[in-house]
Design a protein around this ligand. Sequence first.
Ligand SMILES: NC(=O)c1ccc[n+]([C@@H]2O[C@H](COP(=O)([O-])OP(=O)(O)OC[C@H]3O[C@@H](n4cnc5c(N)ncnc54)[C@H](OP(=O)(O)O)[C@@H]3O)[C@@H](O)[C@H]2O)c1
Length: 329
Amino acid sequence: METTILGRTGLKVSVAALGAGGSSRLGLRTGATETEAAELVRAAIDQGINFIDTAPAYGTEGVVGQAIRKGRDRLVLSTKVKATTPGTSYEGADFVKPGDITASVEKSLERLGTDYIDIIQLHGVRPHHYDFSFNELLPELLQIRDAGKVRFLGITEAFGKDPHREVMQRTIADGVWDVIMLGHNFVNPSAMQGILPQAAKRDLGVMAMYAVRGALARKEWLAELVEALIKTGEIDPEAIDISDPAGFLLDAGTSASLTEAAYRFCRHSPGVHVVLTGTGNLKHLEDNVAAINGNPLPDRVLQRLSSIFGGVRSATGDVASPSAPQTIA
Ligand SMILES: NC(=O)c1ccc[n+]([C@@H]2O[C@H](COP(=O)([O-])OP(=O)(O)OC[C@H]3O[C@@H](n4cnc5c(N)ncnc54)[C@H](OP(=O)(O)O)[C@@H]3O)[C@@H](O)[C@H]2O)c1
């Protein structure tokens, strides 16, 4: 497993991080038991992953806690707090009250079975949350950090809800946050034109999510997304084989699968430190770890991807198809 330094945190982390949320939630969403989900976490650790991301909203902190009872100190744990009151919509403005963030962190510590969290992130911050987060939540987060309960602070974006990436830009510019988690994949590589270089300049730790999501998990879902993006005018139909949009990625042994190409693209995008992989499937986990540790895609493939998807702004990788997985933040 390759490792890297997560920007200004100085943390040494595996380039692949295990995401305990998304549409898989370690398999809990598709019927895995908590014991099986904990086995998947242990399998990830056995394969060299030392970085695990979870959140109260995923319902997986307890599973992670169960899996890491031994060896916690060799791991980097990231979990989250929400700016809006738990149980209310992320889109609303029913903001938490003073003390709620501290109480949330205490509960996370208990569920994770640890006395410190490496990275606490504000979860899925919408543009209308940012001022409140900076003015009201940051002072409380700093107190929690000063008490030794968390080591570093971060913000995760609401990819797709913030097409101008306003929250990420403010997070980077404000200089108080250590880590960002942003949406990035080859169907929407817009972060490469602004956020990633800016984050690198400020030495923030960068975790990429949405590397695969729905559209890059299956060729038919990618085809569905491409069709939608042709309709919005973001993809030129002349630039792509509509009947087989992923064909060129798999030609001549470039990549064994769409997911492999997607993880390799994300991992080698300049400025990305760590790629999150969200899965409930042990074989997928193994394949994804290999892909994230794989070589960059060839330049000709990167150029082709850029000529097709370089102008896309509205897509996240989620697809509307009822057969595609639905997700929690
Ligand atoms: N705002 C936020 O804070 C936020 C939002 C989203 C995600 N996240 C974090 O990012 C993590 C990753 O989430 P993501 O949605 O971005 O994950 P992802 O790794 O891009 O995609 C996960 C999806 O791809 C499928 N998949 C994974 N490997 C596959 C393979 N080899 N072959 C076929 N299908 C495969 C998974 O299904 P299987 O289970 O069948 O493998 C799942 O449906 C989350 O767990 C969470 O920690 C944070």
